[in-house]
Design a protein around this ligand. Structure first.
Ligand SMILES: Cc1cc2nc3c(=O)[nH]c(=O)nc-3n(C[C@H](O)[C@H](O)[C@H](O)COP(=O)(O)O)c2cc1C
Length: 489
């Protein structure tokens, strides 16, 4: 039986566990600081609550938002958080993570405008104003997780073994797999600029050049062993992001705000025992020359020297909003999203989820402390269930973060900000339970579209429970077939 971690009824219960584990997570009962406006560049948002990018994998096959995408954005608009960080949107077809990932093109612009309008209108209808609401879009290339074929910045010895050309057959990347060329990266700079121009045309307030979760631009930040102008030195590894930001600035000036979601700590890949689902870091040697934000003498520990330098550089290139994240959703998911129940493709958590939450808070605080006048968005709150706003309140009061945002917590409970600010607390019956069904749906590919839509199975059950049931039925069918075939042999 997997361990149950979240057993807290009151703030004092959770405080006791935090003290027992010796962590720096503090809570405030009265929610006042998160209700205050926050300045971001030249704009001011109405409160310090935000919604992280949350892909629904529910676009059309050619990359436009579809029915469920519109629905999610409307729900986010109605919810009351004043920062809505739109989800991963590919800048090229080959960089899409799945066949239903959004992909911003001129042809699809009207649908993106409609998506934005839907969220803004819903917000205005609920709160009578939307001039203090900021909505952005995350622009991305999925790199080694592109669904058509992996695009890698360099050969990462551990990640390569977990990057599959054919997962079913267990065929992973080998040393002769080509690394993306400098020419291709240079072309990609222009693809980001084109998408930024379209996002500005659609009316988004900001664009995020995504550098997190081990996708292409994040991988490039750790490409110390890559040769050529995009690898090796810190200057080379940041060439792509600098060029993208510089070109966007040339093209758009102040027409759109620049933002970036960054990994401040990649750590290293973990591998699970297929029977017990217990995980351990994959074997590695020292000094560790791979990944970003890691201590070379112990890559399980962060070294924020380069991430801090990255933030300085981003600011010099006009970035006004930074969202701090860490880890990889594919190979060390406990860092990015502390969880209660493991996803089917994952492992039992290797640490108490509170340790993961505390790590998020601590690393974000380091970035915020070094940049007190920068709008910094914090991650890793959802596992705290109804107490996440109390922790956020304390973090804002302590200036450990500027904006407190929820990812899974927002698809479970899009109205969390409204409830927190009007009732002073969240409803236990609506919060995210961190049970990973959203990830399970996201990883399910065996329907006619090659991808299931994802959302919150327990809390948004009318839409997503039937999808999840279908996935389970198919899995059981496949398992039964395997047993049948094996017994016939
Ligand atoms: C279903 C799902 C979709 C996600 N989509 C994105 C995305 O599009 N872009 C991104 O940067 N992170 C994405 N994430 C990560 C979340 O934004 C967030 O960082 C993570 O869930 C941890 O925050 P939380 O504890 O508030 O959920 C996704 C996570 C899940 C579970």
């Amino acid at each position: 039986m997997p361990t149950r971690y979240f057993k807290y009824k009151t703030l004092d219960d959770i405080r006791k566990d935090v003290a027992r584990l010796g962590l720096d997570i503090t809570f405030e009962e009265k929610l006042t600081a998160i209700a205050q406006p926050v300045t971001i560049g030249t704009r001011t948002i109405g409160n310090a609550l935000g919604i992280h990018p949350m892909e629904g994998c529910d676009g059309t096959l050619d990359g436009a938002p579809d029915e469920l995408t519109f629905r999610r954005w409307r729900r986010f608009g109605q919810g009351g958080a004043k920062l809505i960080w739109g989800e991963a949107t590919a800048v090229t077809e080959e960089g899409r993570a799945n066949p239903r990932q959004l992909f911003l093109t001129e042809k699809r612009l009207p649908e993106f405008e409609k998506l934005l309008r839907g969220a803004r209108t819903a917000h205005r209808e609920m709160f009578s104003r939307d001039d203090d609401l900021l909505i952005g879009l995350q622009l991305t290339h999925s790199g080694r997780y592109s669904y058509r074929a992996p695009v890698i910045a360099y050969h990462h010895p551990q990640a390569d073994r977990l990057t599959f050309l054919d997962k079913g057959k267990g065929i992973h990347l080998t040393e002769d797999y080509p690394v993306v060329s400098d020419d291709a990266l240079e072309k990609l700079e222009d693809a980001f600029v084109e998408a930024a121009v379209l996002a500005a045309k659609a009316g988004f307030d900001f664009i995020d050049i995504k550098q997190c979760h081990t996708y292409l631009l994040n991988e490039l930040l750790g490409a110390r062993i890559r040769r050529g102008k995009y690898g090796g030195s810190f200057e080379n590894r940041t060439r792509l992001i600098r060029n993208i930001l510089g070109k966007i600035k040339n093209e758009l000036g102040e027409k759109i705000m620049l933002a970036s979601r960054i990994n401040v700590f990649d750590s290293i890949p973990f591998e699970a025992d297929p029977q017990t689902h217990a995980a351990a870091p994959m074997p590695f040697s020292i000094p560790y020359e791979y990944s970003f934000g890691v201590d070379k003498s112990n890559p399980l520990k962060e070294d924020l020297t380069e991430p801090l330098a990255l933030v300085t550089l981003l600011r010099q290139h006009g970035v006004r909003l930074v969202n701090v994240s860490m880890g990889s959703p594919y190979y060390n998911m406990h860092y990015g999203r502390p969880f209660e129940r493991r996803p089917d493709d994952g492992y039992e958590t290797v640490e108490h989820p509170l340790i993961g939450v505390a790590r998020h808070f601590r690393l974000t605080e380091t970035i915020q402390n070094a940049n007190p006048d920068l709008a910094v968005v914090g991650t890793g709150y959802s596992w705290l269930q109804k107490f996440f706003v109390n922790a956020g309140e304390s973090n804002v009061r302590r200036r450990r973060v500027s904006i407190v945002a929820a990812g899974r917590g927002a698809i479970a409970y899009p109205d969390f900000a409204r409830d927190a600010l009007t009732n002073g607390e969240l409803k236990s019956s609506s919060v995210c339970l961190a049970v990973s069904y959203c990830t399970d749906l996201m990883r399910s590919k065996n329907n006619e579209l090659g991808q299931y839509a994802t959302g919150c199975v327990p809390r948004d059950d009318e839409v997503y429970a039937p999808l999840y049931k279908e996935v389970l039925k198919k899995k059981k069918f496949t398992a039964d077939e395997k047993v049948k075939t094996a017994s016939q042999k």
